[in-house]
Ligand binder design. Structure first.
Ligand SMILES: Nc1nc2c(c(=O)[nH]1)N[C@H]1C(S)=C(S)[C@@H](COP(=O)(O)O)O[C@H]1N2
Ligand SMILES: [Mo]
Length: 425
């Protein structure tokens, strides 16, 4: 049952709870959402709210964003900022793992240091990165592995993101390989490790207070990786990694190290906490499994960096907040992307996925960018309609109605839906 009454009921519940929570610790927001009525998230006609629950909070250099937690800082981008291919810096989501994050970086003292299996370990100032290397730009989607985790059935622990733990930007910086080459990467280097400036506190910090991520030295994604110092043509906002961050087009954001300051060439596989057990997916097709299979203890795991981001598409408008009018043309629009290369097709359904029409694609900003789409729709009848959108990427991957399940709450890419009401006229 997913009629308008139930939808209203859910919204009222959430609204009341959100108001009550405004003055309470952010952690409560997560547990409150976990108590939202389960039916709201299931079934083909389901119409979950698009974002996390909030509250809206303003941080430095940011518009009001939906706060999931404050220590570490986790802020979700509201739906309306996805109308354009590029997400504004001041609306771009924020995710940290550690509670102590930099408020300022002294560029006179800051260096990017390369150590480990290099011929000549070296340090670069921001000035050197900007002037001693050729600058490149790439449009790429930064998406948290746990984006849309709140859709998982059964629910899984972790930040209960709606769809707003993602954003697309034009990243400008220097090629990782150019920087590695300057230090002379040695043959025996098998993994490259990245670390920023944020730190943990307290004895119970399971990760020794340092967020470190590694990719295999020969991973193809590193051929396109950029150490970025501009985001949409501006210095990076502090919360998005000032002064430089890793950009790994096609890979989940967990490898996009912010405040990148340490690059280490390792001669062994990295098994620090953030590589194992954190951020791992089942070694099954599509990273898909079941709670029962997990309980059997027989499911192996691999780092989430083993895979590229699955193809996804989103309905931004209409958002169901206002009725449409019979005989009046509305624009169904949103964004799509894939970590496997360009989105080649976006299809829209106005009958809950029974029939599909090809949408018009917006400007092509490159294979790792958001691609906007739009589809004019003139409802010929009044009533309740369920819209759906699905994308196909260059590799032939197409979204389905199957909701992935794994204990980390990663890799969600089920077909998105939106219920709308059409008034007669
Ligand atoms: N230094 C640092 N970099 C980091 C992280 C972090 O906790 N510390 N989190 C990663 C993860 S999991 C995500 S989803 C993205 C979020 O990027 P954003 O905050 O710029 O949106 O940063 C990545 N880079
Ligand atoms: Mo993430």
């Amino acid at each position: 049952m997913h009629g308008p009454l139930q939808r209203r009921h859910v919204l009222t519940l959430l609204g009341t709870a959100a108001a009550a929570l405004a003055a309470r610790p952010a952690l409560a927001v997560v547990s409150m959402q976990a108590h939202a009525p389960q039916e709201a998230f299931t079934g083909p006609g389901a119409n979950p709210y698009w974002n996390g629950v909030g509250p809206y909070v303003t941080y430095p250099q940011k518009l009001p964003l939906q706060r999931l937690t404050d220590r570490p800082i986790q802020l979700e981008t509201p739906r309306q900022y996805f109308r354009e291919a590029f997400t504004p810096n001041e609306a771009f989501f924020v995710r940290y793992h550690l509670p102590v994050t930099p408020n300022a970086v002294d560029l006179a003292a800051w260096r990017l240091s390369l150590s480990g299996a290099f011929e000549h370990p070296v340090e670069f100032s921001l000035r050197q990165l900007m002037h001693e290397f050729r600058a490149v730009s790439v449009a790429a989607v930064n998406q948290c592995s746990g984006n849309s985790r709140s859709r998982f059935q059964p629910r899984v622990p972790g930040g209960q993101w709606g769809n707003g733990a993602m954003g697309n930007a034009m990243w400008t910086g220097v090629r990782l390989h150019d920087v590695l080459a300057r230090a002379g990467l040695r043959r025996e280097a098998t993994w490259i490790q990245f670390e920023g400036l944020d730190r943990g506190v307290g004895a119970d910090d399971k990760a020794s207070g340092r967020f470190m991520k590694s990719l295999p030295a020969n991973d193809p994604s590193l051929d396109r990786a950029v150490i970025a110092f501009l985001m949409n043509g501006e210095p990076l906002p502090m919360l998005n990694g000032f002064p430089v961050r890793m950009v790994v087009p096609g890979k989940f954001a967990t490898y996009w190290t912010k405040h990148l300051s340490f690059i280490r060439a390792l001669t062994h596989e990295d098994d620090n906490f953030w590589m194992k057990p954190a951020y791992r997916i089942p070694d099954t097709p599509g990273g898909d499994t079941t709670p029962e299979a997990m309980a059997s203890g027989k499911v192996g795991s691999v780092p989430i960096g083993t895979v590229d981001m699955p193809v996804r598409s989103f309905i931004v408008d209409p958002d169901g907040s206002a009725p449409l009018i019979q005989g009046m043309t509305s624009l169904i629009r949103g964004v799509a992307f894939s970590g496997h290369g360009a989105v080649v097709k976006v299809e829209v359904s106005t009958d809950d996925g029974r029939s599909w029409a090809r949408a018009r694609l917006g400007e092509n900003h490159g294979p790792y960018s958001f691609r906007t789409y739009s589809h004019p729709w003139t409802p010929s009848a009044a009533g309740r309609f369920t819209l759906a959108v699905r994308a196909t990427d260059k590799a032939g991957n197409v979204q389905t109605d199957h909701g992935v399940w794994n204990p980390g709450g990663y890799l969600w890419n089920r077909i998105e839906r939106q219920d709308v009401t059409v008034l007669s006229a």
